[in-house]
Design a protein around this ligand. Structure first.
Ligand code: AMP
Length: 429
């Protein structure tokens, strides 16, 4: 089709029955995930929050960090009336900005917040990687207790579990405290500097800005050099405090029977992480692609001009969760079936039929006929729609204030008062 198309790397989320509907772009799939996560997270005491789709660019530059791919290469920015904005690339920095700006420190600590929505990164689009994608986000502010870290991870696992996805691996690490990272970055600088000419252009810049990010590089030449030099890992450079904190997080997870692999190479893409960092991988999504990840970010509120507020959070990619479900053959729950089909037998009863359907919608899904038809035809339509009941209304019923109600499962048929219709519909199918 020539003409207007959506921008590259964006998707329309479509209803069931759309031709060539893909699991990751099923609108019902997206909603199912959001509703399920809302239940899991709100049952754990989280409250829903929503921030604007765009932020002042400084929030992301300061919050996410100048050395990250997000800021260096993937920002969707816009200028208007002298200000520079960015379409939000992730949820954490905006939520911490909102926490500081709106005085949410007044909430009982720790404040547990969750959100979902579209995020934007100017990446090269491919399966599981888009320019507009959707995340589920959970953030806890106001405590650095390792129990909070472990609970956050446990909630992520609970979402996975409730979805019915099984083939996952939880990779857990710690990126230490800032002073640990300083020492580690210096070690990496000393290690890589003599081989600088072999590093990719991006990693040459990382050598100055944040050498740890070299380890996370997607470039093959960088990965070859890493394999050759065999750098020691951040986990071996943890100071005493970060090390004790990490040990406790691991102990809690073990107590709860949550399996994890300690992965010393976990770096995570964003600069604000401290201590606990983790990713959840799924074999169906591909080697380098995580379903989601999270980490602790105790210094972020200060970076955004607020008071010291420890925090931790995670995000799932909704499209990636749907890809994982499809890979494992996990289907979405069936949508609610049709409770009632109200069918007009005459032109003159179309209006009453519609009104009865409107009322029945208090109890469940109800539709009505837009055209009068013979009773047999209507019943055929109702069966095709998988309705539980059909209510037939002709002019004599309309005059008497009655309706003929047929239970399509049992075949039982009765004439009842219209006012009794609701009480005669038994539950949703
Ligand atoms: P991040 O904020 O980079 O840690 O991303 C958290 C999760 O969001 C990832 O594990 C993915 O599931 C998802 N995600 C990140 N970037 C993209 C993208 N460009 N397209 C689709 N999903 C993404």
């Amino acid at each position: 089709m020539s003409g207007i198309r959506r921008p590259k790397g964006t998707q329309d989320l479509l209803p069931d029955g759309s031709p060539q509907l893909k699991a990751e772009f099923s609108a019902r799939g997206h909603r199912h995930l959001v509703e399920l996560a809302a239940k899991v997270l709100e049952n754990a005491g989280a409250q829903y929050i929503q921030t604007p789709m765009f932020e002042m660019v400084e929030v992301i530059k300061r919050g996410v960090g100048d050395s990250t791919d997000i800021v260096r290469k993937e920002m969707f920015t816009a200028r208007a009336q002298g200000d520079e904005f960015i379409l939000r690339p992730e949820g954490t920095a905006p939520i911490v900005r909102a926490f500081v700006e709106n005085g949410l420190k007044q909430l009982p600590a720790p404040a547990k917040l969750w959100t979902y929505g579209a995020m934007f990164r100017a990446e090269r689009p491919q399966k599981g990687r888009y320019r507009q994608f959707h995340q589920l986000d959970y953030e806890v502010l106001g405590s650095d207790d390792p129990l909070i870290d472990a609970e956050a991870i446990a909630l992520m696992m609970q979402v996975i579990d409730r979805l019915g996805v099984k083939k996952i691996e939880l990779k857990l690490g710690s990126v230490g405290d800032p002073e640990d990272r300083q020492g580690y970055n210096q070690y990496l600088r000393d290690l890589f500097s003599p081989h600088e000419e072999r590093l990719s252009e991006d990693s040459k810049a990382r050598l100055v800005l944040n050498p740890m990010r070299i380890l996370d590089s997607k470039s093959q030449s960088d990965q070859d050099l890493i394999a050759e030099l065999q750098p020691r890992m951040m986990l071996d450079h943890l100071g005493e405090a970060a090390s004790a904190h990490f040990k406790q997080v691991c102990e809690h997870l073990s107590t709860w029977g949550i399996p994890y692999t300690i992965d010393p190479s976990i770096v995570r893409g964003l600069d604000y992480y401290r201590r606990t960092a983790w990713e959840i991988h799924h074999e169906g999504v591909g080697a380098k692609s995580a379903l989601g990840g999270g980490g602790r970010y105790d210094g972020l509120a200060e970076l955004l001009g607020g008071p010291h507020t420890p925090g931790i959070g995670w995000a799932f990619g909704i499209e990636r969760l749907l890809i994982a479900m499809e890979a494992e053959g996990v289907t979405l729950p069936e949508p609610e079936g049709l409770l009632l089909y109200v069918a007009a037998l005459d032109e003159s009863t179309l209006g009453v039929a519609a009104k009865l359907a409107f009322e029945a919608r208090q109890n469940g899904k109800a539709e009505f006929s837009y055209r009068p038809k013979a009773p047999g035809k209507h019943i055929g339509d109702a069966l095709k729609k998988n309705a539980r009941y059909v209510a037939l209304i002709g002019s004599s019923e309309a005059e008497a204030g009655t309706v003929t109600l047929k239970n399509l499962q049992s075949g039982e048929q009765r004439t009842i008062q219209q006012t009794e219709l609701l009480s005669n519909l038994q539950g949703t199918p």
